[in-house]
Design a protein around this ligand. Structure first.
Ligand code: 5BU
Length: 256
């Protein structure tokens, strides 16, 4: 089996965010609750990741300095920032949620995501804010959790919505590739773990090899598998990076 390389697909993509990668298809899901821990994760794991995924609203002591420092670390280590905000309201409301409030997400997060649930207006609203800032949007076409309702026709319509907004929608959060490679959407897959199959709260884990090679995704998103209790986070980040990258090399037909 052979696919086009990330570089070839990035060169063809209209959104500038799809360009510029290092040899990693690993995103950390940095679900920690203090500014100090978040910045430490970004600095310590920065060399091994292509993307730093945040849930900024779980940080107890959020302030502007946090995002200033995180942005500096993104430059230092050459990763992008993805606020996993999962917007889900009407266009006018998400526009305000994206640009304003406490977090001003659009001002620092290169990528964010939304549920297609409310219909296409959600993309139009976010686009009004994000496009002038060169931001990119991911649609949540599927979820990793057990019993997710984002399946079948819902997933199919999400893809059609993305196709109508290719200037802003750079890809999907999904468990597998849903479009031809020639369409140049990027796929991000959470629910990745090498040591367990679930977390007791609905999360379901698959391996990097399954996600990248067998299901055709592009980026693995890993949280607790890297920094969970008792884990050596650098050793685990290296392990997941290696597992993700070797699956990618195998996919494009190169030996590791
Ligand atoms: P974990 O610790 O590797 O289970 O963390 C997974 C992260 O990905 C966590 O931040 C979730 O909010 C996020 N996630 C997910 O697990 N499943 C999904 O379908 C989506 C996001 Br969308």
């Amino acid at each position: 089996m052979s696919s086009r390389t990330y570089a070839e697909r990035a060169a063809a993509h209209p959104n500038p965010l799809a360009k510029g990668r290092k040899k990693s298809n690993l995103s950390i899901a940095a679900d920690v609750s203090s500014k100090k821990e978040l910045l430490e994760l970004a600095d310590v794991l920065g060399p091994y990741i292509c993307l730093f995924k945040t849930h900024i609203d779980i940080v107890d002591d959020f302030d502007q300095d946090l995002v200033d420092q995180l942005s500096a670390l993104a430059l230092k280590h050459d990763f992008m920032i993805f606020e996993d905000r999962k917007f889900a309201d009407i266009g006018n409301t998400v526009k305000n949620q994206y640009s304003s409030g406490v977090y001003h997400i659009a001002s620092w997060s290169h990528i964010t995501n939304c549920h297609p649930l409310p219909g296409e207006g959600i993309i139009s609203g976010l686009k009004e804010v994000g496009l002038p800032l060169n931001r990119g949007l991911l649609l949540l076409a599927e979820m990793s959790s057990a019993g997710s309702l984002a399946t079948g026709e819902y997933t199919k319509i999400s893809v059609e919505m993305a196709r109508r907004h290719k200037d802003f929608v750079i890809g999907f959060v999904a468990g597998r590739r849903l479009t031809e490679e020639s369409e140049n959407f990027i796929y991000f897959t959470p629910g990745v773990g090498l040591d367990t199959t679930g977390d007791g709260l609905g999360q379901q884990y698959r391996t990097p090899r399954n996600v990248i090679l067998e299901c055709g995704s592009d980026v693995i998103i890993v949280g607790r598998g890297i920094y969970g209790p008792g884990k050596d986070r650098i050793a685990q980040a290296k392990r997941y990076r290696e597992a993700g990258w070797s699956a990618y090399l195998e996919k494009i037909g190169h030996s590791a």
